[in-house]
Design a protein around this ligand. Structure first.
Ligand code: UDP
Length: 327
């Protein structure tokens, strides 16, 4: 069976990707430093503890497992933190990725799937965000991901590194079978924060800004179910193995939900009140991020069939009620 090196495989998206890879017949080898990941989430293949900055350790892991591809999820991903600690983001996300990319090329592992973000686009009023939209990130998180995209292009030109870049919109939900789910410490993402507030695990949810130029004044995002998202990665891997060349794909549904709409949907799904208050804008937030692209559907055959708001919240709620990671 072919092995795939999954960096960040102990994290939220990476652990779901390991499940999808195992289901598709690959052996996912998790490479994770467990700073934000959870060893309990490594359930579908071997675990190799290590840091992206540790080239010797990476070389050893490539030599031991001989992966046919890398799926690179390991990253810091909080917009607020990126605004206040940009150096951390440049060092971890950019320098760490560069070390990994160099190790992959040195090991002759020339298929690379990269987890990028719609935050690389920045603010574009009334423009459909597709893969050709100029990348003008508003925060160091988006800037760090854009930098890695550029590194991949340079490594393709120099060494032939084939890569698929996925620009995610907002990832939500959990494995429907309850084996893995979302668990960040601290948690900052809208849906899990809201579910913790509903369940009395935190005082309440603060809406970050109610004066945006949208119908209800709150930011609009395009939410994708995590299992749909990771299935796209398996399709991206097949794409590379078939020699179809480097490509960028947006992963979003094309439908936007405001923060207030997400809150309303949670009230309906959980049948509980959502304790919330209104606060100021969060630095670095774009007003609206919605994918305008059908490239992933047309070229990869991707169908985000689980990505209804109701199902994403229902699966996240089920995970929240059952979640069993070390705490
Ligand atoms: N948000 C909010 N309160 C929170 C967390 C998030 O109002 O406690 C808003 C945030 O400002 C953004 C949207 O919810 O408009 C989605 O934020 P999240 O952090 O989940 O993802 P991001 O868009 O930053 O990747």
């Amino acid at each position: 069976m072919s092995t795939v090196l999954v960096t960040g495989g102990a994290g939220y998206i990476g652990s779901h990707a390991c499940k999808a890879l195992a289901r598709a017949g690959f052996v996912p080898v998790t490479y994770d430093n467990l700073v934000t990941g959870w060893q309990d989430a490594v359930k579908f293949g071997p675990f190799e503890k290590g840091d992206l900055s540790d080239r010797a350790r990476l070389d050893e892991v490539f030599a031991r497992h001989q992966p046919v591809a890398v799926m690179h999820f390991a990253a810091l991903s909080q917009v607020g933190e990126a605004m206040s600690r940009p150096g951390l983001y440049w060092r971890n996300n950019v320098e760490g990725s560069l070390t990994l990319i160099e190790a992959a090329v040195a090991a002759g592992c020339m298929n690379f799937v990269f987890s990028s973000t719609c935050a690389t686009y920045g603010e574009h009023d009334n423009v459909v965000l597709d893969e050709t939209t100029p990348q003008e990130p508003l925060n160091a998180y988006g800037a760090s991901k854009r930098a890695v995209e550029n590194i991949l292009r340079d490594f393709e030109a120099a060494y032939g590194l084939q890569h698929v870049i996925f620009r995610y919109f907002n990832v939500a939900g959990a494995d429907e079978e309850g084996e893995v789910g979302e668990h960040h410490r601290p948690e900052t993402h809208l849906i899990p924060v809201m579910l913790e507030a509903i369940d009395g695990k935190r005082l309440g949810l603060t809406i970050h800004g109610t004066d945006y130029d949208t119908a209800d004044g709150t930011c609009i995002r395009d939410y994708v179910h995590v299992m749909d998202l990771v299935e796209a990665h398996v399709l991206g891997l097949t794409w590379l193995q078939e020699g179809r060349g480097s490509r960028v794909f947006n992963l979003g549904t094309g439908t936007g939900f405001s923060v207030r709409e997400v809150i309303d949907a949670s009230r309906t799904v959980t049948n509980r009140e959502v304790p919330c208050s209104e606060g100021p804008r969060r630095a670095g937030d774009a007003t609206k991020l919605v994918s305008g692209s059908t490239r992933a559907a047309q070229e990869l055959g991707w169908e985000p069939r689980r990505s209804t708001m109701k199902k994403m919240i229902a699966d996240a709620w089920q995970w929240h009620l059952d979640g069993r990671y070390e705490r």
